[in-house]
Design a protein around this ligand. Structure first.
Ligand SMILES: NC(=O)c1ccc[n+]([C@@H]2O[C@H](COP(=O)([O-])OP(=O)(O)OC[C@H]3O[C@@H](n4cnc5c(N)ncnc54)[C@H](OP(=O)(O)O)[C@@H]3O)[C@@H](O)[C@H]2O)c1
Length: 303
């Protein structure tokens, strides 16, 4: 079907919060949503970069409705302070897009002691989602979209190594953070269904797309990969965030979309392969309980 944003309906009247919206896939996501009349909340850690990104969107969409929000996903306190203010100043939110991420930074820990990739890609987003959840519950057809990666394949959560207890292995630790994102999205959907809430939790991945993700470290193999530009890389996110999905879920009725090309590296949005480990209730519950205990933040599923 080769879905592109040209197929997207007008999103007038709907609000979308995109984390990591100043560059890469998040920027392209925000741009396409703005082109389709959405109200876009561009969130990132750097006010100046966000202002520049907003200006860039306004150059091509002069009447775009854009708001900016600043938070640092390496720091739970910062996420809480952003979310508390956001909940006070917004009555509802239609779509939350968990896009921000880092890959292969130097070995390090977040302010709260997590290995940096696990802390930014998963823990920071877990807290943000739990705190913004009341705004999504206030809406019909709300949606949460979480970006995972091909790198989730073969990765597992090592509870003895979420705080850099073992010698740093950039591939293993990145894979761990991205399988955590996928486990989170699928477990969230289970909990939403159990509680009969009108929200969809959908995961997606962008294959391999040229962005700033490799700013810390460029593996040599990348030049042998037929990667996509950042705009096409954002198609699975946009598809997951805006299309009618009920009829096209993948295995086990789980929602995970990625490019349909060979090895899901490039192409157009389609149901993507989910490693069985990631779509397992026991695995999901264990990660959920870990996040609740470690962050002290819980979702409220009561309607
Ligand atoms: N590109 C790919 O091929 C690929 C493949 C699989 C999955 N993904 C996933 O796609 C998502 C987007 O990545 P991308 O490729 O677009 O990378 P990118 O160009 O590097 O963009 C990452 C975004 O995340 C933001 N960010 C990083 N650390 C943050 C923090 N502590 N707090 C708040 N925001 C933070 C960045 O802000 P600054 O600019 O201020 O640092 C930037 O806006 C990530 O989740 C990534 O894992 C990408």
């Amino acid at each position: 079907m080769n879905w592109t944003p040209k197929s997207m309906k007008s999103q007038l009247g709907k609000s979308f919060l995109v984390t990591g919206a100043n560059t890469g896939l998040g920027f392209e996501t925000a741009l396409e949503l703005a082109k389709h009349d959405a109200y876009v909340i561009m969130v990132g850690r750097n006010q100046e970069k966000l202002n520049q990104a907003k200006e860039k969107i306004l150059e091509s969409v002069p009447d775009a409705s854009i708001e900016i929000g600043v938070l640092d996903l390496t720091n739970i306190k910062s996420v809480k302070s952003f979310a508390d203010e956001f909940v006070k100043t917004h009555a509802s939110l239609d779509v939350l897009i968990n896009n921000a991420g880092i890959m292969f930074p130097p070995a390090g820990k977040t302010a709260d002691g997590f290995e940096t990739q696990f802390g930014v890609n998963f823990i920071g987003h877990y807290v943000l989602n739990a705190l913004l959840f009341p705004l999504l519950k206030n809406n019909e057809n709300a949606r949460i979209v979480t970006l995972s990666s091909i790198a989730h394949k073969g990765a597992e959560i090592d509870y003895e190594n979420l705080k850099l207890e073992k010698p740093f292995n950039k591939f293993r630790e990145y894979g761990q953070s991205k399988v955590a994102d996928l486990i989170f999205a699928l477990e969230l959907q289970r909990k939403i269904s159990e509680n009969n809430l009108d929200i969809l939790s959908v995961a997606c991945h962008p294959g391999v797309s040229k962005t700033e993700l490799l700013r810390y470290d460029v593996p040599e193999m990348i030049e042998t990969v037929d990667y996509m530009n950042a705009n096409q890389g954002a198609f699975p996110t946009l598809f997951a965030a805006t299309e009618e999905l009920e009829a096209i879920s993948g295995s086990n009725n789980s929602f995970y979309f990625g490019p349909d090309g060979k090895n899901e590296i490039n192409g157009y949005p389609a149901p993507a392969f989910i490693e069985p480990y990631a779509d397992n209730e026991l695995v999901g519950n264990k990660l959920w309980e870990y996040a609740e205990k470690e962050t002290g933040v819980k979702f409220n599923f009561e309607s």
